[in-house]
Design a protein around this ligand. Structure first.
Ligand code: ATP
Ligand code: MG
Length: 405
């Protein structure tokens, strides 16, 4: 008897009825999309689970991919049998042997979804447990803290038997919560912000500002690679690359250096909002974290945010750098983020940025930028859009984010 199914569990508890159907539909679709390189599998929905029929495909690879699908709470390799006692006993023994080579204790957790099945859950626990005890010498039952828990889920047409539970990425299926535009720099924070945003079910597009010739192709490549990594979790990502040189030069020319950073961020935000509107994204997401750098004080956010009333999502706002780095490593963006190429902002960064910029000051300085509307328009028009998916990545490494959250 062998494992031929993967049983996928999702956070059904927190779902209201109407949302639930949408959620399940999206999750099923996302799983299919992620597993499109395994042509023999089928993905099915029952009343409270999704299960994948492997049909001989490689379960190790598939399970690795499932760890990155938002909306999955946990999943297990499963043996499917007929809903008959003998078949269930054999299946449970096989599942135990597979999971528990060194196990000294175990328990059976039977659940009877089909109330017409003639044996109660309690009785099934005993009948199956005794079969395993008889076949494995030295084994004991421990109902509180067993080495292996064999779960039996009896339904009308079939019974699923599982033993190991693998933690999923949690959250909601990407696409069930609208779309946001992620401001993606080459740094450590914004890719993590993108990951967190997608985890809430939000589809993302990304925008990156770059300033050739002050920033080179490799800096751009870094952002392409980061977007490709993120597409591991959210499917294809459209990346909008905005030429920002002229605007930065203009800012440099007319605005006192202590306010250039504030001015630059306000420009970025204005342009990001235009791009979001054009592409149906209803919010902007950033990697800002309070107190980290000059642009990330409350006063600074206040002055920057003044240019729009578009919703801004800041998933990292209360996180420490070390917590952020931790996630960056788990989602495999960290090594890309620390590649040493300048981005547009570091190059133009003043030595004396105002940490508490004043709104009236920046508004006054901006009046000196006479043709700024034209420059914004031009930057938006000259924006290049690239579609990126996982295969665009240069370096592919195995993902190890099993125990995230
Ligand atoms: P990150 O690690 O994401 O670069 P940071 O700690 O360097 O963040 P800032 O440089 O203040 O912080 O940037 C704050 C946020 O502004 C970034 O997280 C990102 O969302 C956005 N941002 C900064 N530079 C760019 C850029 N060149 N293109 C797009 N977005 C940017
Ligand atoms: Mg940065």
């Amino acid at each position: 008897m062998e494992y031929d199914h993967i049983l996928v569990r999702y956070g059904e508890m927190s779902l209201k009825r109407r949302n639930r159907s949408r959620f399940e539909q999206a999750l099923k679709q996302n799983i299919k999309q992620k597993l499109k390189d395994f042509p023999n599998i089928t993905v099915n929905r029952t009343r409270d689970h999704i299960y994948i029929v492997l049909n001989g495909e490689d379960h190790v690879k598939i399970m690795e991919i499932l760890k990155g699908v938002f909306g999955i709470q946990s999943f297990s390799l499963a043996i499917k049998t007929k809903s008959e006692l003998e078949a269930i006993r054999e299946g449970a023994l096989a599942a135990f042997l597979e999971a528990g080579t060194n196990a000294r204790t175990f328990k059976i957790t039977a659940k009877r979804g089909d109330k017409e099945f003639p044996i109660t859950s309690q009785d099934l626990n005993h009948l199956v447990g005794s079969h395993i005890l008889k076949n494995v010498p030295g084994l004991k039952v421990d109902v509180h803290n067993p080495d292996v828990n064999v779960r039996i889920d009896v339904r009308r047409e079939m019974t699923f038997i599982t033993s190991k539970v693998v933690k999923g990425a949690g959250g909601f299926p990407v696409g069930t919560n609208g779309k946001a535009l992620l401001m993606l720099s080459g740094g450590i924070d914004s890719p993590v912000a993108g990951y967190m945003t997608m985890k809430r079910g939000v589809k993302i597009e990304a925008v990156h500002f770059y300033s050739p010739p002050y920033t080179n192709e490799r800096a751009k490549q870094k952002v392409l690679d980061l977007a490709a990594k993120l597409s591991n979790y959210g499917g294809k990502i459209r990346l909008h690359i905005v030429p920002f040189t002229e605007i930065q030069q203009e800012i440099h020319k007319f605005i006192p250096s202590s306010y250039t950073m504030t001015a630059m961020r306000r420009m970025m935000l204005r342009i990001a909002v235009r791009i979001a509107e054009k592409n149906g994204a209803l919010a902007i997401a950033t990697g800002e974290s309070l107190g980290q750098v000059a642009s990330q004080t409350i006063e600074s956010m206040h002055a920057i945010n003044e240019v729009t009333n578009y919703p801004i999502i800041r998933p990292l706002i209360a996180m420490d750098k070390l917590e952020i780095i931790d996630i960056a490593k788990k989602i495999d963006t960290f090594d890309i983020s620390i590649r040493p190429y300048e981005d547009c902002c570091t190059i133009f960064l003043p030595s004396d940025p105002k940490t508490k910029p004043k709104k009236d000051r920046i508004n006054y300085y901006e009046t000196k930028l006479e043709n700024i509307e034209d420059l914004i328009e031009k930057a938006v028009n000259e924006t290049e859009t690239i579609e990126i998916d996982v295969n665009s990545t240069m370096v592919e490494k195995e993902n190890e984010f099993q125990d995230l959250f």
